[in-house]
Design a binder for this molecule. Sequence first.
Ligand code: ADP
Ligand code: 5SP
Length: 494
Amino acid sequence: MYIGVDCGTQSTKVVVVDIDGEAILGEARRPHRLVEGENGRREQQPGEWVDAFRGAFEEAVSRAGIERRAIRAIGVSGQQHGMVALDAAGRPVHPAKLWCDTETAAHNAALVERLGGPAGCLERLGLVLQTGYTASKIAWLRETNPEAYRRIDAILLPHDYLNYWLTGEKVAEAGDASGTGYFDTRSRQWRHDAFAEIAPELDPERVLPRLIRSREPAGTLRPEVARELGLGDGVLVASGGGDNMLGAIGTGNIVPGIVTLSLGTSGTVCAYSPEPVRAESDMVANFCASHGGWLPLICTMNVTSASTLVRELFALDLAAFGERLATAPIGAEGVTVLPFFNGERVPALPHATASFLGLDSRNLTQASLCRAVVESATFGLRYGLELLGPLAAGASQIRLIGGGAKSTLWRQMVADVTATQVICPQVTDAAALGAALQAAWCERADLSLAALCDRLVHLDTNSLAEPVEANVHAYEAVYARYREALKGHHGVPN
Ligand SMILES: Nc1ncnc2c1ncn2[C@@H]1O[C@H](COP(=O)(O)OP(=O)(O)O)[C@@H](O)[C@H]1O
Ligand SMILES: O=C(CO)[C@@H](O)[C@H](O)COP(=O)(O)O
C-alpha cells in the first residue's frame, strides 16, 4: 500500500493506493486558509498543511479500510514556488509566501535585471524568472523584514517542508527546485551565483536543501510521526515533487505526446520532453520533471480562483453556478472578461486587475458574467497552449485535471476552445495519485514508472469530451475578441 499526498493551494488531499490490486482504495481532503493581504500578498502557515495532512490521512486510511502496517511508502506533491524559510529550530521565520503572491513583482524585475535580463536568466538557469518564483520572495523578506531574514537557516518549498516534517530531512528534487529561480534546470544543480544575487548574506551550502534524485527517498518516517500515524518502522518517504510534476505522472504524461491541463486554483498546461526546452517565449517555464526529463509548463493564475470570486459574489453553490453557465450561450452574450483579479503570470502582468468588457443593459446577468469568466480562464490556457508550441501541438488528447475538470460543461468548453479531445483520469486528484506512484517507484525496484502508470492511471471514459465543429468555430470568434481585449487593455501583442 502506498500513500500519495497533494498539498494544493486550497486543500491537502490524500489517496491510498494498492499497487498489486491496481486500485485506489481511499481519498480524502482537508482545506487550508489562504491569507490575502494588500499589494497581492498571499500567504499560508506551513503548520496548517501538516494539520490538513493529518486529517486527510486519517479519513483516507479509514475509508480504505486497510491495515496501517501494510503502508510501505509515502509520496508528497505540493503547490510550487512557495517560500518556506525556517530558523535553526525548524520553525518558519515568516508565513509561507505562495506562488500566487504578487507582492514581490518589483523584486522579481530587479532580480531579472541583476541576472543579466532574460538572456542572462536563460544562460544561468535555463528559464526566465517570473513573479511567483521563490527567489523574489527571499529578496522581499531581506528588504522588508531583516530580522526574520537574519534567522533563516533553511529555505524549503511546500512539499520539501512536508517531507521535512515526515522525515526530519531537508532535501529537494529537481522538479520542484526548478521553480525557485536559483536552480539550473539543465544541469539539475543549485546555482550559487544566482542565489548570491538574491541573498548575499546567506550561505547556500547551509540554507539550501540537499539535492536528491527523483527515485531516491527523502528518508524514512521519524519514529514519533510513525507512532502518531500508526505506521510501522522503516516507511519510506519518496522525493516527491511539485504538484504539476506529480500531476503529470498521475495522468501518464511521462513520455512525449501527452498534454496535461489543470483547472485548479491556477491553470497549467504542460507536456513532457526528454530534453531541456528552449521555447520561443520566455513565459514557457523549462521545469524539470519529477521522474527525470523535463516538463515545460505554462501557468496562469486566475482559473478557479477567478470563477470562485464571481460564484461567491452571486452567492451560488457549485450546482447553481453550473446552471448559470449552461444558461448563457457561447460568447456570454458579448461579455469579455480579463480575469486578472490577482495579477497574472502568463501573460506577464503581475500588477494587472480584472476587467469586464462589453456590458450592456441586456447582457448584465449572472449567467453571462459566470460564463464569461469561465470562458476567459479557458482562453488564457489556450493562449498558453499556443506558447508551448510544437510540444503541445502534436498532442491528440488533453488529460484534464483539477477541481474545474469536475464540470461537464467546462470539460466540453476545453475541448471546443482547443479543438482537441479531452478526458479526465478516474482519480479526483491526479497529483496525489502521481505522488503515490512515485512512492511505489521509489520503494519497488522491480517496477518501472511506466508499468506503475499502466496499472493505476485509468481514464474515465464517461468524462470524454470531443470537440464539436460548430462550437469550435463559434469559440474562434470569441477567442479573437479576448485577444483583442488583451491587446487593448494591456498591450499584449497578438
Ligand atoms: N464542478 C465544478 N465546477 C467549477 N469549479 C469547481 C467544480 N468543482 C470544484 N471546483 C473548484 O475547484 C477548485 C479546487 O480545485 P483543486 O484542483 O483541488 O485546487 P488546488 O489544487 O489549487 O488547491 C475550487 O475552487 C472549487 O471551487
Ligand atoms: O505556480 C504554479 C506553477 O508554476 C502553480 O501551478 C502552483 O503549483 C499551484 O498549483 P495549484 O494549487 O493550482 O494546483
